[in-house]
Design a protein around this ligand. Structure first.
Ligand code: CMC
Length: 438
């Protein structure tokens, strides 16, 4: 980090009531948002660790990229509100902003778009890697494998100590991810791979690689390209979520960026994280009709039933997810364009939202729709099968992962991530030979 570290004017005192000993720990203030208690010397001074499964009270790093106020429903990248970026900007600008810290001027933008566009092709040999997978493999399984394998193809950008190589790796990942995702999609359909087209925008090129077939022309619908671009913006970064923390953790050991992003993709796959958009559609399919909503609401509230309302709730947002509000509007635009305004799925989703937002259980726990509640409906209307939804999330989140990875590598205070534990296993046992074990 080049700027000064946050100031430490205040402190908190920790007293051990077993011994009466006290220690003082500095409180660090960020530019905005909650302050943090700097406990880096806690173990050295007290001999104890903190205990925080799920890291609900733990700040794992200092960052200048994304700010979230979950209570107020605020999300900002480098100071810019997500609503403004989604309305007035485009995904390439947001990528530049996340990576470089500022919105680009016209010249910077043109160069960045050129750099990304001319990295979109992947090594031809990668095709053979795809062919090793079963056609019915989940596309996220293919993504984890293929993105991890990039480090075997692009050796000249794996030296993380070289800033130029770091930047080339960042550009390669942002540029190639749509190509890799579209290839995973095509492979699952049994259709030929489609090469990128440099005269199309990032989002339009992605749609073209997904939906072009050799036997007829495919013309990208600008409304759908705009919606895709907005979906990419809304998923671009989200502070220290599970997959981003996974990328940082993997990278903290000095692993190359391709391997780190593959780790992030694996983490994103889970239904509590990026897999939720797929789970929302499965859930709506299961609910089927409005009259069955109360039954599912009841199940979601039942502690003995593992069922949860997918697309509801968030670790950080205790208010309407600002991304969900934009997504809801985009959903209307796409359905209108495709003549699917009366899509029964949207009707069902709106009714579910209405009933849940009125229900004491959801109100009390501040469970609001999150970004994934509406994205699946849009993607399905565009022609994507549910199995590809999380892959699209990975395409968009790659820039966030790589910007956070770069920030971590460039932070002089960065150390290998190595949490400790509260050990509750056997203290010590004598070894028993196998013939003496019960
Ligand atoms: N349906 C029913 N109850 C819920 C739900 C839900 N979707 N989410 C949370 N709760 C309840 C939970 O049972 C708990 O109740 P109680 O206090 O009585 O035990 C309370 O709300 C707090 O939940 P939590 O599990 O402690 O909250 P968390 O911060 O650990 O989990 C979450 C956050 C997103 C994993 C969770 O809300 C969830 O599983 N939601 C559904 C999956 C989903 O939509 N995920 C997408 C997240 S947004 C995209 C992304 O960032 O990846």
């Amino acid at each position: 980090m080049t700027d000064a570290k946050p100031g430490a004017k205040n402190s908190v005192t920790l007293t051990d009531n077993r011994t009466g000993r006290s220690w003082e720990f500095p409180v660090l203030d960020g530019s905005i948002g909650p302050s943090v208690i700097d406990i880096r010397k806690l173990y050295a001074e007290t001999g104890s660790f903190t205990y925080d499964p799920g890291y609900t009270s733990t700040g794992s790093c200092e960052s200048k990229i994304t700010f979230i106020d979950g209570e107020a429903g605020i999300l900002r990248h480098r100071g810019y509100a997500i609503e403004d970026l989604a309305e007035h900007s485009d995904f390439m600008e947001v990528c530049y902003l996340l990576l470089h810290g500022d919105l680009p001027n016209a010249e910077q933008k043109a160069k960045f778009v050129h750099d990304i566009t001319y990295h979109t092709m992947v090594h031809e040999q990668l095709q053979y890697l795809y062919r090793g997978f079963r056609r019915d493999a989940h596309p996220m399984a293919v993504m984890v494998g293929v993105v991890g394998a990039l480090s075997a193809f692009y050796h000249d950008s794996t030296d993380i100590a070289d800033p130029h190589q770091r930047m080339i790796a960042s550009h390669r990942l942002i540029a190639k991810m749509p190509t890799i995702a579209a290839m995973a999609f095509k492979y699952s359909l049994g259709q030929p791979f489609v090469y990128p087209k440099n005269d199309l925008s990032y989002a339009a090129n992605f749609l073209s690689m997904c939906f072009t077939v050799p036997c007829e022309p495919y013309v990208v619908n600008p409304v759908l390209a705009k919606a895709m671009d907005r979906i990419f913006i809304l998923h671009a970064d989200h502070e220290q979520n599970a997959s981003t923390s996974t990328v940082r953790m993997a990278g903290s050991s000095g692993a190359n960026p391709f391997a780190c992003i593959a780790a992030g993709i694996a983490s994103l796959w889970g239904p509590a994280h990026g897999g939720a958009n797929e789970a929302v559609l499965r859930m709506l399919g299961e609910i089927r009709t409005k009259d069955r909503i109360p039954e599912f609401i009841k199940r979601a509230k039942d502690k003995n039933d593992p069922f949860r309302l997918m697309g509801f709730g968030h670790r950080v947002y205790k208010n309407y997810d600002p991304r969900a509000a934009v997504m809801r509007r985009t959903c209307y635009e796409v359905l209108e364009e495709l003549g699917k305004k009366n899509e029964p799925l949207l009707d069902l989703a709106l009714e579910l939202e209405r009933i849940a937002l009125d229900d004491e259980y959801f109100v009390e726990r501040k469970l609001y729709p999150n970004v994934d509640f509406y994205s699946g409906i849009i993607l399905q209307a565009m022609g994507f099968p549910t199995s590809i939804f999380t892959v699209l999330f990975a395409v968009a989140r790659t820039v966030g992962w790589i910007a956070q990875w770069k920030e971590m590598v460039e932070d002089p205070e960065q150390r290998i991530g190595r949490p400790r534990q509260l050990y509750t296993g056997h203290a010590k046992r004598d070894f028993v030979p196998i013939d003496k074990r019960g």
